[in-house]
Design a protein around this ligand. Structure first.
Ligand SMILES: [Zn+2]
Length: 222
């Protein structure tokens, strides 16, 4: 239970939050750098995917820049245990996306998984939390149909980018027979090269080649 007497701070600008401000200060919430990837069936994100794997639709809501203070939102939900913030960003992202018909064209949301080893270490999967926040708004079911093999120890010396290159065979999917042919929305916190999404889409299609793949990320690296 949150101690309401403790001061709380905006993760973006570090200003103390007002009692009425739940996660971000009002100014930062208003200033969230938006990205409009439209139309959702043909944009920079879907095109990055198309050379690798067929996806039907894709979009994102926050323009992600490494140097930007808004980067702290991702850092906090990914590494610093900001689980409530992840849920809130999921809810917000879903509201922001309601004007598209992405959710009408989706049957089930599937989070990008962590390896069991990372899950044990971190205790939560930020992509699952985003899905759960989104589900409070769009009421779509969330299924953990993807799994991630444990990272090879031999990869620990690799850079983040090199590790991304090694994600191709990192994922597997278990889709129940009775759930075949579903329109699946893969959900992750950030889209950069699309390597992770591509690997996950391939794993899904390997398990069910009649599935339709849509993709959604909280942020999009520009
Ligand atoms: Zn702020």
């Amino acid at each position: 239970m949150e101690n309401l007497m403790l001061p709380r701070f905006c993760p973006v600008c570090s200003q103390r939050l007002m009692p009425s401000e739940r996660f971000l200060c009002m100014a930062c919430a208003m200033d969230l750098p938006r990205i409009d990837l439209e139309p959702i069936n043909d944009n920079a994100m879907t095109r990055k995917m198309w050379s690798q794997v067929p996806v039907a639709m894709g979009t994102s809501v926050i323009a992600y820049r490494h140097q930007s203070p808004f980067h702290n939102i991702l850092i906090n939900i990914k590494y610093h245990g900001a689980t409530e913030l992840a849920l809130e960003m999921g809810r917000w992202a879903a509201w922001e996306t309601m004007s598209t018909n992405l959710f009408e064209q989706t049957d089930v949301m599937v989070p990008i998984p962590l390896s069991r080893k990372k899950m044990r270490k971190r205790g939560y999967n930020q992509s699952l939390l985003l899905c759960q926040g989104m589900a409070q708004v769009n009421h779509l079911p969330v299924k953990n149909w993807l799994y991630r093999f444990n990272d090879e120890n031999s990869q620990t010396h690799l850079s983040e980018e090199e590790r991304v290159e090694n994600t191709i065979d990192a994922f597997g999917a278990n889709i129940p027979v009775e759930e075949r042919g579903k329109r699946i929305l893969l959900v992750d916190d950030v889209f950069t090269t699309g390597a992770t999404m591509t690997a996950c889409a391939r794993a899904i299609l390997k398990s069910d080649n009649t599935a339709i793949i849509n993709i959604f990320t909280l942020s999009y690296t520009i």
